[in-house]
Ligand binder design. Structure first.
Ligand code: C2E
Ligand code: MG
Ligand code: MG
Length: 641
């Protein structure tokens, strides 16, 4: 466009210059005639000019032809390399041109398509399948053409295209319409893939949480005015962690895929099975006539899952815990239904798993209490509401205080000082025992450090370790860092575990305990005799101490069955070269009994109630360099002697 303007301006300039030249020649002839009486005919000059003009005109035409040819070539290259398909039609709606992109989009070669009717080559329907592309063209509805069309290819394949159309030139002289088509198939596939990815779990290809929420919401809306119901089943695999930790995540993944398939195969096509995360699945059953059906479906699911699974040459039997919530009745919203099904599932888990439990309203109240306690515990950690009390441990042979046991308390702002039985079980079940346990080790190490700075006696602190803490593989590293921070030697810390931990068949827990043992920390079995442990386990873990449970000490009298048990424990521990502590010494008689047993330690209200770190510091202040303490043994010596 711009070069056209320049051409025109040049032509006008040239014509003007020529007219001026002619006028100047005439003027010159007249001046020469009248002033110098010499006549030079302008015609000669004019004819020269006239002769020059065709040459110049021919030259201009030649240059113009060259420029048109190069423009043409440029346009052709553009059309050939364009990713959009360009098709032009004659006035009778037959094909006059296809660019290469149009050839590959329509599946027609340009030579085959030439002269064919538009309908033959462009077999495309609009979104509502109301009319064909060529019908729209024949109605000259050019704006209506600028939208999405589904193109059927000769191969039978369907493609989504976006069209734009324009009239080209004069319809009476031939060419009528130029159509541009953009192939959206790849774009559409990409969008489809992105949408699928956002709504499905990549491992099992099941609907993920987002899609499950969406489907459940739709089901609730659909069934709100019908007398049929929906059931939501939350399913959790029992002991999935054992497989994951024992055989690795690859085995865990195979198992999850396998279970997903079995669940999917056990329900109707119109029902939904999804994965909420980890080993938690959900099933939405719609159009339920009878609530009883749900239980039998859940039983069917359990049976399907329980069939043996073979992974890496191992055979597994998996059990599931199922929690069921019904709509209407157990909740009106997606969140309520899922939460309540979850509550029911956890109720089953707490009862040992492999269960099918339907939601009941009462579950919510206890869940609310648990929730409040969990929140409170979190606040307690943040605001340092926990305290450590220490109970002295006495060596019965010398009467010296040889260590203390750290016992946690919670200074609750409303409920006062709480003993561990009020909060440790729930901290264990919600996992907060991990940070709480770390706090205990840190505080006990800090107190031990401050005692040791003043009194350089051999002294140890026993710390209770909950089974759940051993699930944290980073525990040994954290303990090492804390001991280093406070300059404590590992052998000064004794970790008290229960028999249950020792007998646990979890690969990870015992390995973590072994690492702590290898670091030099001592391991004591707390409340020994109340659980079930085998000698081989005691030996394997290199347990350094047994703490005889209070229940055997309580009714201890010479010759009683408890005395026989205690003596059996003592001789067994000695033959396994383990040290011993008797717990819960309350009376002179009990103290005397253990004093007579020789090399044994003891703790109990008889010697001291659990007390503060400051009180322990004072006791240590009264301890002589050889470890003897005036205050504690006095009471012991006075009564025992
Ligand atoms: P445990 O480890 O067996 O601790 C001994 C418990 O017996 C303590 O109760 C102590 O106060 C009590 N006790 C000591 N001497 C006597 C006595 O002569 N007579 C009677 N009747 N009781 C005596 P406490 O402090 O209430 O702790 C209870 C349990 O809570 C502990 O039993 C331990 O298993 C757990 N626990 C305490 N502190 C912690 C902690 O920091 N972490 C973990 N995970 N558990 C802890
Ligand atoms: Mg203990
Ligand atoms: Mg105990």
């Amino acid at each position: 466009m711009r070069s056209n303007n320049v051409n025109w301006r040049r032509q006008i300039l040239l014509a003007g210059t020529e007219a001026l030249l002619v006028a100047a020649l005439l003027l010159l002839s007249l001046v020469l005639l009248f002033e110098f009486h010499r006549w030079i005919e302008p015609l000669v000059l004019l004819s020269t000019l006239v002769l020059v003009y065709p040459v110049r005109w021919g030259w201009d035409r030649h240059r113009m032809a060259l420029s048109i040819r190069s423009e043409h070539r440029r346009a052709a290259t553009l059309l050939e390399t364009l990713s959009e398909a360009v098709i032009s039609l004659n006035a009778d709606f037959t094909i006059s041109y296809l660019n290469p992109a149009a050839e590959s989009l329509t599946g027609w070669s340009a030579t085959d398509a030439l002269g064919k009717s538009c309908a033959q080559v462009l077999d495309a329907m609009d979104e509502s399948h109301q009319r064909t592309f060529c019908e729209a063209i024949m109605q000259w509805d050019l704006p209506g053409l600028a939208k999405y069309w589904t193109l059927s290819l000769p191969s039978g394949e369907l493609k989504l295209v976006r069209a734009s159309c324009a009239r080209s030139g004069n319809p009476h002289r031939g060419e009528a319409v130029v159509i541009t088509l953009s192939d959206l198939t790849v774009e559409q596939q990409l969008q489809e893939a992105i949408r699928h990815q956002a709504t499905h779990d990549p491992l099992t290809r099941l609907p993920n949480r987002t899609l499950v929420y969406d489907r459940l919401q739709q089901a609730i809306t659909r069934l709100q005015r019908s007398d049929q119901g929906i059931a939501v089943l939350v399913i959790d695999l029992d002991d999935f962690k054992k497989i994951n930790e024992g055989l690795g995540h690859a085995a865990g993944d195979i198992l999850l895929r396998n279970i997903a398939e079995r669940l999917g195969d056990s329900i109707r096509h119109e029902d939904t099975v999804g994965r909420l995360g980890s080993d938690e699945f959900v099933i939405i059953l719609e159009n339920l006539q009878d609530r009883e059906d749900v239980t039998s479906i859940a039983e069917k699911l359990s049976r399907a899952v329980r069939k043996p699974v073979h992974i890496f040459g191992h055979e597994f039997f998996v059990n599931i815990s199922v929690g069921i919530a019904h709509f209407p009745g157990d909740g009106d919203t997606v969140e309520d239904l899922l939460r309540n099904a979850n509550l029911a599932m956890y109720r089953g888990k707490r009862g040992g798993g492999s269960s099918i439990i339907s939601y009941e309203r009462a579950m919510n109240d206890s869940a609310m209490q648990r929730f409040t306690l969990e929140n409170d515990l979190q606040r307690a950690l943040r605001q340092q509401e926990f305290r450590l009390l220490y109970q002295p441990i006495i060596d019965m042979a010398s009467g010296n205080m040889v260590g203390v046991e750290a016992l946690i308390r919670w200074q609750h702002p409303q409920r006062g000082l709480l003993t561990p039985d009020k909060f440790i079980p729930s901290a264990e079940s919600n996992g907060l025992i991990t940070p709480i346990g770390e706090w205990v080790i840190n505080q006990a190490s800090a107190d031990l450090d401050s005692w040791m700075r003043v009194h350089r006696h051999r002294f140890r602190v026993a710390v209770n370790l909950s089974p759940r803490q051993l699930k944290d593989k980073r525990l040994p590293g954290k303990v090492a860092a804390l001991l280093q921070l406070h300059g404590i030697k590992p052998e000064q810390i004794e970790l008290e575990i229960t028999e249950e931990v020792l007998m646990s068949d979890s690969f990870g827990d015992l390995a973590t305990l072994q690492r702590l043992r290898d670091m030099g920390l001592k391991i004591a079995i707390d409340d020994f005799g109340t659980g079930y442990s085998s000698f081989s386990y005691l030996k394997r873990m290199d347990v350094s101490r047994l703490k005889i449970d209070r229940s055997f000490v309580k009714d201890l009298t010479a010759g009683s069955s408890d005395a026989a048990i205690v003596q059996a424990i003592i001789s067994m521990a000695r033959s396994l070269r383990m040290e011993l502590t008797a717990e819960g010494i309350e009376t002179v008689a009990q103290a005397r009994f253990f004093e007579l047993q020789g090399n044994i330690a003891a703790q109990g209200f008889y010697f001291s109630q659990p007390t503060t770190a400051e009180e322990i510091a004072q006791l240590l202040a009264q301890t002589a360099p050889d470890g003897s303490c005036d205050r504690l043994p006095l009471q012991l010596q006075k009564t025992v002697n």
